[in-house]
Design a protein around this ligand. Structure first.
Ligand SMILES: Nc1ncnc2c1ncn2[C@@H]1O[C@H](COP(=O)(O)OP(=O)(O)OP(=O)(O)O)[C@@H](O)[C@H]1O
Length: 255
């Protein structure tokens, strides 16, 4: 279980995330929605450790993560899509995913320099990386340098790297932003499949209400940094606070 307790951050006088207490359970995809500037991405940054909270706590499986840097939170099981700046741009797509798979394997180096085990480890890692690339429809780009990928393929690669780390919690921030109509379904299908693994916790910041309606088991609404609604999608979408704060405007856009 991922828990935030009274999570708060101030930028000068502005409280961007204001005392948000929320629990996220395995087997549930929670969509975090709200108007522009509501604090959704900042809330994500506080959970994943990209920003340091002014006050409040973040816990995963009872373990306090609040003071830890982002890298330690990743090791603890929090998976957030990589920024492509974290990659090796001149290495191929396959090599980048292979390195991410390798990062999750422990102890291989302790088995000593046995050429057979080095070769077979390398082979297994490459096979696993190729399987992940296939699931995000990127296998055809396996040998391309990352720097040469078009935007949609970069987004798919971000998801592939996330999957390679096999996190406990998947955090997606507008995963299909900037993707074409042809590309977005690949990512949405992948999230749908991740959902079938009931041991995983999935958080999704998403503006597209059709995507939210289809994928979310639960919706949390932020407005002005505060949690203003939380519950089952039908119930939350029907609530007056959401209609006024958010959906009124968006419903017209979606119509
Ligand atoms: N590093 C920062 N310094 C100062 N203000 C910030 C910083 N990061 C975010 N903010 C402010 O915090 C508020 C919340 O921003 P945030 O990006 O989290 O909103 P959001 O809900 O993700 O918006 P959007 O849907 O447009 O992405 C905004 O008013 C933003 O200007």
């Amino acid at each position: 279980m991922l828990v935030t307790e009274n999570l708060t951050i101030r930028f000068g006088g502005h409280v961007a995330v204001d005392g948000v207490s929320c629990s996220f359970e395995p087997g549930t995809l929670t969509a975090i929605v709200g108007p522009n500037g509501a604090g959704k991405t900042t809330y994500f940054n506080l959970i994943s450790g990209q920003l340091k909270a002014s006050s409040g706590r973040v816990l995963l499986g009872g373990r306090e993560l609040t003071g830890l840097p982002a890298s330690a939170r990743t090791r603890a099981g929090l998976g957030r899509a990589f920024q492509l700046t974290n990659l090796f741009p001149s290495l191929s797509v396959l090599e980048n995913v292979r390195l991410a798979v390798q990062a999750t394997q422990r102890g291989a180096h302790q088995r000593g320099l046995n050429l057979w085990s080095v070769w077979s480890d390398h082979r297994q890692l490459a096979d696993r990386a190729a399987a992940i690339l296939e699931s995000v429809a990127l296998l055809g780009r396996a040998d391309s340098p990352v720097a040469s990928l078009p935007h949609g393929d970069q987004r798919k690669l971000e998801v592939a790297l996330l999957m390679a780390l096999e996190p406990q919690v998947y955090m997606f921030d507008e995963p299909t932003a900037g993707m074409s109509h042809d590309e977005a379904p690949v990512i949405l299908d992948l999230i749908r499949r991740l959902k079938q693994d009931r041991s995983k916790t999935i958080l999704l910041v998403e503006h597209k209400m059709d995507v939210v309606r289809e994928l979310a088991d639960r919706i949390v609404v932020l407005t002005n940094g505060q949690l203003v609604a939380d519950g089952e999608p039908a119930e939350v979408m029907a609530s007056s606070v959401v209609q006024e704060a958010y959906l009124g405007r968006r419903a017209q856009e979606a119509a």
